[in-house]
Design a protein around this ligand. Sequence first.
Ligand code: NAD
Length: 417
Amino acid sequence: MSETNYNPFRTAQAQLDQAMEVLGLEPSMRELLRWPMREYRYRLPVRMDSGEVQIFDSYRVQYNHARGPTKGGLRWHPDETIDTVRALACWMTWKCAVLDLPLGGGKGGVTCNPTSLSTSEKERLARAYIRAAGHRMSVDRDVPAPDVHTTPQIMAWMLDEYETMMGYHHSGVITGKPIPLGGSAGRNEATSLGGVVVAREVERVLGHPIKGARCAIQGFGNVGGILARLLHERGAKVIAISAVDGAIFNEGGIDIPAALTYYNRKMQQLGGFDGGDATTNEQLLTCDCDMLFPAALENVITESNANAIQAKVVIEMANGPTTPEADKILHQRGVFVVPDILANAGGVTVSYLEQVQNTYNYHWSLKDVHSELERRMTSAFKDVYAEYERIDGPMRLAAYLLAVERVAEACRLRGWV
Ligand code: NAD
């Protein structure tokens, strides 16, 4: 979040308002969809290794459940606030609807610095969160998952606390679990693989081939790092990558397997990697490339750099990387932007497949998961692209029109509005 006073929930509401205006939704529906239906705040006392008790602020937002149980990750981050969680829960609502999953949108967060917590402190924090919030979760009510700084191990502690509290097993209450506890094959790379399916669809409709495409990727974590590997394996030339400590640029193409080895060995840093020239995250965003993949943070493409973006295609792997003002500039300049609610939906799609497997107490092969993910992402891209052609407007607006109408229809059918 690079600009001060940036509030992601205001961005989320602005994007929604634009779609609701075009759809001509009734005032009561607009009022319903602009705000979370349920939100909870919890103060969590956790005993630290020192023996002292520290109190953590935490949240869970169940934004809209008209289409099914709410679904969305849990972030542990020092900058987490009720508004970051509201924004992410709002985006999850439209993301699930774009993919036509029978789910609503939710999100949770704990304001903390996970890098300063020991493993046992993380376990006590995870269990404290579930003791506070778990009574409002279930496979048919609200289903959390990992997100920034939460891991399959944290999901495993949470599942154990939940099942101990409830006195029965239902592993589908949390997704992104380790495979021996009911996790799905393919969850780890699902978001990035979904991004590759999107890039392949862009190739189909615009004729920009992946093979040989000069790609820049901001963020080298779970999403950006795996995406770089998958694009590299498909013949793309990844010319710029970055992590929080800076970026690397190499016009001839970066050796991605070597960069991944370095990043993991250097505790998630790229500084000092000798496979290219050191540059900054800001320069990465505006470098001369064919495809730009923001895969780190929200609010990185803004009014101040949108005119300098040289990529012809932007595929938003992070949530909320582009502000509404920047969106207008990119559209006027003819940059083709695939919005986050479509581009990074591979993760929630495989989370949904995990819930389905858990409900049947069954385990699908990696091949089955990949083919179902591919089928669903391709079909969602085609739906959004058809809407884009119909309205002759940005892909983001096209995706919002589809998603918001689907949620509004479910609200009407329930008699809420
Ligand atoms: P991660 O923590 O694994 O990786 C984040 C990467 O971004 C790291 O390389 C980190 O160094 C880098 N980074 C952090 N701060 C930065 C900064 N100020 N400038 C530049 N780089 C910075 O997280 P992730 O799971 O890869 O998630 C990345 C984004 O994708 C987030 O916006 C997340 O919400 C979104 N997303 C993730 C998933 C998923 O399945 N993991 C699904 C959908 C969306």
